[in-house]
Design a protein around this ligand. Structure first.
Ligand SMILES: Cc1cc2nc3c(=O)[nH]c(=O)nc-3n(C[C@H](O)[C@H](O)[C@H](O)COP(=O)(O)OP(=O)(O)OC[C@H]3O[C@@H](n4cnc5c(N)ncnc54)[C@H](O)[C@@H]3O)c2cc1C
Length: 571
């Protein structure tokens, strides 16, 4: 079933739900008006439909492989990457002085989501480059920016991020890779990195690795980590790829899904690299890339959910089985339970997309206005956008398999690929558990101020909706009140493990309430249309889950330690 880019859904969301007009009203983004939005989304949508979606199955059937130390990518991926690069989609939000388009992240996020729906494994390549571009633009020296940014933006070169080591996953501070000064301004980087996405390819002329390593005087933990740019080929005096650097791909991982994305074990053996950002300031510099990637990975989840939803609808319209309440139909789409599944999928995609794009709006407004409230909004929404977007990718693609019945378990339909491909998005870029802990700890260091400000807006909006949609408005208002009370309870907890024990249900409950809010705004924009009907479905049937989740969030840590480790092992 061919992918259809949901351009009108984005346009509706941007114009009616998440306040894109605020962005276009700033000096910085004044050129990104409605006409530009339509042109960008339509062009990108076309590329996703015509170039990327047709190679999606290739990635699954013919995984990337390692041949004589070089990664060979799946058939069609090279042309796909080149189309992405030539379209300018890598550098959409990159600085114009280096060849980027300087467009809002909100548009980049929309386009990235479409690309993820079309071919997740391939989309991960430009996503890695985008994060690197942002990190170098913020923290790179002028020389690094001038040499690397134009090539990364044009797609001649590509970027990777190297944090993970066998003993250092979520605990990045445990990494042991070393960096020793060469005395000429460069450094010799040594160590092993695992799970490096797109660590090598046969598409781009050079591959630029951003590597976290420790200088000889770096203290243990995250405070002693520095960030280095380590290219596969050292640029010659003209800036072209020259001598091979001392690094190699040791092996590729065999994965559950996302087979088209080469996941590499990398070995650095005194490889030449250059410092990015200050010595021992690597985590701060890498965080620029990670925050970008977190939004991007949230978008991967939403994109996969959209793709899975479209697949499921097409199947439900084609498959006939049994007698349905709709006279003469027989299509499974007319069975009540199949309707429930499709509506849950559609409503959840809408909610996750609205949260994702609201986070992007906050990032753009922060960039354009430098107002601390927008920075706090972006920081608050980032873990929710990442975790809820990817959880949605998993739950929706899993339901997509169910809609297909037995054929969902059979690979030819492609339903299972969405599920297998998207599963990792809840794990990489900080597991969703780590995202939730970030939300209840760091993002509540303001005493919950940013969360309460958002809840004020949600309740004000619900008050305004009472005249038109009283029942929906009341449900959303009450859910925001429950979330407010839970947040008050949360910030009063001084014991962090008490907060952590309920972090995941808190994040999920928060997302449910946000979803209710955005559905309500959509219902007001189109009070009689299908968007209002979808909002009714979500608010009446899915929003109530917030209450159970937020009760769970307040249950504390003690009960989690009630069983001993031996009890876990015993039958
Ligand atoms: C396909 C793929 C691609 C990847 N791409 C990249 C890449 O490009 N670059 C890169 O650097 N890395 C990459 N990774 C690595 C990825 O980011 C890590 O797998 C992830 O951060 C989790 O680390 P881990 O696997 O060591 O799990 P662990 O850290 O061992 O976690 C295991 C479990 O314990 C939980 N846990 C761990 N610590 C805590 C804690 N303090 N509190 C509560 N729970 C905790 C986790 O949430 C998880 O459920 C990739 C991984 C995969 C599978």
């Amino acid at each position: 079933m061919p992918y259809r880019a949901p351009v009108s859904d984005y346009e509706f969301l941007l114009r009616n739900v998440i306040g894109y007009d605020q962005i276009a009203a700033t000096d910085l983004f004044s050129e990104a008006d409605n006409d530009v939005v339509t042109a960008i989304l339509s062009e990108a949508g076309k590329m996703c439909e015509e170039v990327m979606a047709p190679v999606n199955r290739n990635g699954d059937l013919y995984p990337a492989k390692l041949e004589n130390g070089v990664v060979r990518t799946s058939p069609g991926f090279s042309d796909g990457f080149k189309a992405i690069a030539e379209g300018g989609w890598i550098g959409m939000s990159a600085p114009q002085e280096f060849g980027g388009m300087g467009l809002p992240m909100t548009l980049t996020t929309s386009v990235n989501e479409m690309m993820s729906a079309a071919c997740l494994a391939l989309q991960l390549a430009p996503l890695m480059s985008q994060g690197q571009i942002e990190a170098l633009a913020h923290h790179g020296s002028d020389a690094i920016k001038e040499l690397y940014l134009p090539k990364l933006i044009s797609g001649e070169w590509s970027g990777t991020m190297n944090l993970t080591e066998p003993q250092a996953g979520s605990d990045v501070g445990a990494l042991t890779s070393k960096a020793v000064p060469n005395g000429d301004g460069s450094f010799a980087i040594s160590g092993q990195k695992i799970f490096i996405s797109w660590g090598d390819n046969d598409i781009t002329e050079n591959i630029c690795h951003l590597v976290l390593a420790r200088l000889p005087d770096g203290v243990p933990g995250t405070k002693g980590i520095s960030l280095f740019l380590v290219p596969k080929f050292l640029p010659d005096e003209n800036g072209n790829p020259g001598k091979a650097n001392s690094l190699k791909v040791v092996s590729l991982e065999h994965k559950m899904g996302l087979h088209g994305s080469p996941t590499c074990v990398m070995h650095y053996d005194g490889a030449t690299g250059w410092l990015v950002g200050p010595e021992h300031g690597g985590m701060a510099a890498m965080f620029t890339m990670m925050n970008n990637a977190r939004l991007g990975v949230g978008g991967q989840g939403v994109g996969a959910a959209e793709g899975a939803y479209q697949h499921a609808v097409a199947y439900a319209l084609a498959r006939k089985q049994g007698k349905t309440p709709v006279e003469g139909s027989g299509m499974i789409v007319d069975h009540a339970d199949v309707r429930r599944m499709l509506l849950e999928m559609k409503a959840e995609v809408f909610a996750a997309r609205a949260i994702l794009l609201s986070c992007a709006v906050a990032i753009d407004m922060q960039t354009a206005t430098a107002e601390p409230e927008w920075a706090a909004r972006a920081a608050l929404l980032t873990p929710i956008a990442k975790a809820f977007g990817t959880d949605t990718g998993i739950s929706v693609s899993q339901t997509g398999v169910q809609v297909h019945g037995g054929m969902g378990f059979i690979e030819e339909t492609g339903a299972a690929q969405y599920y297998r491909d998207v599963r990792v998005t809840a794990i990489y870029e900080g597991t969703n558990g780590i995202q939730a802990m970030d939300l209840v700890a760091r993002k509540m260091m303001d005493g919950g101020e940013a969360a309460f400000r958002l809840l004020d807006e949600i309740q004000d909006q619900a008050e305004r909706a009472r005249g038109t949609k009283p029942a929906l408005a009341e449900a959303v208002w009450q859910s925001a009140e429950t979330l407010r009370e839970t947040t008050e309870w949360l910030v009063a907890q001084k014991d962090m493990n008490t907060r952590f024990a309920g972090a995941v249900p808190y994040l999920k409950g928060f997302a449910r309430v946000l979803g209710g809010h955005y559905h309500l705004v959509a219902a007001l924009a189109e009070p009689e249309g299908p968007r209002a009907k979808l909002a009714e479905f979500y608010i009446q049937r899915m929003l109530p889950e917030h209450a159970a989740l937020l009760t769970h969030a307040q249950a504390g840590a003690e009960g989690l330690y009630a069983l001993s480790v031996e009890d876990f092992e015993r039958g």
